[in-house]
Design a protein around this ligand. Structure first.
Ligand code: PLP
Length: 371
């Protein structure tokens, strides 16, 4: 998201292409700048409509969206929740906030996502939920994961922070699990600066999310707090930006798919560069265009990243898996597939205003860097 000198290509940049300024000015002029105001309801309604979901609850960021989803499901101390080892740290952290234990799951080759096949051996009498994460915009195999969950009486929370606009068998990510969460951080597919959303079709869960989000105040009795809640509210100003963003969702998602086609064409046939896998059930939303740098390529992933940086191109390494982090490596488990993906994965610039000529320049640098 770095703003750059000319010629510099950041890895990500927000696209304020709609009525953002008009709506934010309206907040300023009407003085509705805090966490009540018309844009919050309008953003929630538009977001729920887009996903075809019953309820969408706007919150301050994607991390607290996960915390609220877990709280609404009643997850707490003594419980276990299965999370991918290969994810952004917020997925595991949110489980820790509740006092439950995150149990790490191995990735599948190709997508880096968790699959259903390895899940059953992780399930114990303490397991309460599974949090699939559609990594970089590639959906997880939701039907298989939901089937395992159903068989064992578990809930599924989809951490769809990176998958707005992605589809699993024709159905939008975030509209499939018992409860799903999104992030609107500045580098995500749509942004509110900082922000998040909890989505569910279950009215009782939605009510609990609203209760915990607003300090736990009884909706029918002011200053009466039946539970210990949190202040996880979104402001009207953030929601104003979010409404303008969701109004143009087709363009935000569509452009990323177009960029992916440009990359696929420009990068084709380079030895040692593996392009993103797309499973038959998946419509990838390409939050990030992720390639794997293999041994056959002329330099290591980190050397290639340095070469690109020296030429004004920002990239990002894939996430470190959670099991190598000091705070999450308690039992010393190793997950070879996740480690391999993490070591070789590299995210290329992927954002709305990235021109095809820049994609071609980046691909040219990668092509020249090989053997
Ligand atoms: C971005 C992200 C989050 C957290 O979102 P914030 O809004 O930054 O708190 C959670 N999970 C995943 C997978 C993410 O990519």
């Amino acid at each position: 998201m770095t703003m750059g000198k000319p010629g510099y290509i950041p890895v990500s940049s927000p696209a304020l292409i709609g009525r953002e300024k008009e709506y934010v000015l309206d907040c300023m002029e009407s003085s509705w700048i805090s966490s009540t105001g018309k844009y919050i309801g309008q953003f929630e309604k538009a977001f729920a409509q887009y996903l075809g979901a019953g309820h969408a609850i706007a919150v301050s960021n994607g991390t607290v969206a996960l915390h609220l989803a877990l709280l609404a499901l009643g997850i707490g101390p003594g419980d276990e929740v299965i999370v991918p080892t290969l994810t952004y740290v917020a997925t595991a952290n949110a489980v820790k906030y509740t006092g439950a234990v995150p149990v790490l799951a191995e990735s599948e080759p190709g997508t880096g996502n968790i699959g259903a096949s390895g899940l059953e051996k992780l399930i114990t009498s303490k397991t309460k939920a599974i949090i699939p994460v559609p990594l970089y915009g590639h959906p997880c195999d939701m039907a298989s994961i939901m089937a395992v969950a159903k068989k064992h009486g578990l809930k599924v929370i989809e951490d769809a922070a990176e998958a707005l606009g992605a589809k699993y068998n024709g159905k939008l990510c975030g509209g499939i699990a018992d409860i799903s969460t999104f992030s609107f951080y500045g580098n995500k597919t749509i942004t509110t600066g900082e922000g998040g959303m909890v989505v569910t079709n279950d009215g009782a869960l939605a009510e609990k999310v609203r209760l915990f989000k607003g300090q736990g105040m009884d909706p029918l009795r002011r200053y009466w707090f039946p539970v210990v809640g949190y202040n996880y509210r979104m402001t009207n100003v953030q929601a104003a930006i979010g409404l303008a963003q969701i109004e143009r969702i087709g363009e935000h998602v569509g452009r990323r798919k177009e960029i992916a086609l440009w990359y696929a064409k420009a990068l084709s046939g380079i030895e040692g560069i593996t392009l993103p896998v797309v499973k038959s059930y998946a419509e990838h939303s390409y939050w990030m265009y992720t390639v794997l740098v293999d041994k056959e390529y002329g330099m290591t992933r980190d050397e290639l990243m340095a070469r690109l940086a020296a030429n004004g191109v920002e990239t990002r390494p894939a996430f470190f898996p959670m099991h190598v982090m000091p705070v999450y490596c308690e039992d010393g488990s190793r997950f070879k597939v996740a480690e391999d993906f993490a070591a070789r994965g590299m995210n290329l610039p992927t954002f709305y205003s990235l021109p095809q000529s820049d994609v071609e320049r980046i691909a040219g640098l990668i092509r020249e860097g090989g053997r």
